[in-house]
Design a protein around this ligand. Sequence first.
Ligand SMILES: *Cc1c(COP(=O)(O)O)cnc(C)c1O
Length: 228
Amino acid sequence: MSSRPTETIASGEALAGIVARIAAARKAAVRPAPFTTLIAVSKTQDEDRIRPLLEAGHRVFGENRVQEARAKWPAMKRDYPDIALHLIGPLQSNKAREAVELFDAIHTLDRPRLIDALKTEAARANKALSLFIQVNSGEEPQKGGIAPHDAAALIAQAREAFGDNLKGLMCIPPADEEPSPHFALLLKLAREHALPWLSMGMSGDFETAIKFGATHVRVGSALFGARG
Ligand SMILES: *Cc1c(COP(=O)(O)O)cnc(C)c1O
């Protein structure tokens, strides 16, 4: 133990701490989702901060930029072929091909053109990705995501394009608001459209999201420390 770098130990401990908090929140929830997957959000973190989590057995990671993911992950994927990479940031249609190659799940479908581009590229690569539609639950103009009242049409289009690979909904509540109403709205929309997965909850509110049925929580700073 004493020969290992301090950071390795700290990261494994941080991971165990978050995993325990997720388990406790699921236990306390009245109707938790059938599972809650921890997505370790590794954006801006370099390889030597990520590898300790891999060594501790964690395999599910989130990145918000295609370019950064392309630079960081191929080497680690060679060492750990069972890594699952989730794209949680906005995606331009002209990067759809690269995104399909790199990622196993995309959380940010929010417009018809992007659905078309991803459909083309997923078919071309013969790759089944898990897909989420991002809902702009706070209707913030600067934020990605489809407005709640337009979600039904986009969900229908995505279902037509991807069938059962359209898995769920994702939201990022406004930073200055109580997140519960946003999680509740996402849960309601998912139920109305029979979508099984909900990507919601970050470092500050993942336990609340679990109360509302989160299947995927996206945790960065609580695992890695504050981003610089
Ligand atoms: C950065 C980011 C997170 C993680 O945020 P933390 O507060 O550091 O846990 C989650 N989701 C998205 C979409 C992000 O961009």
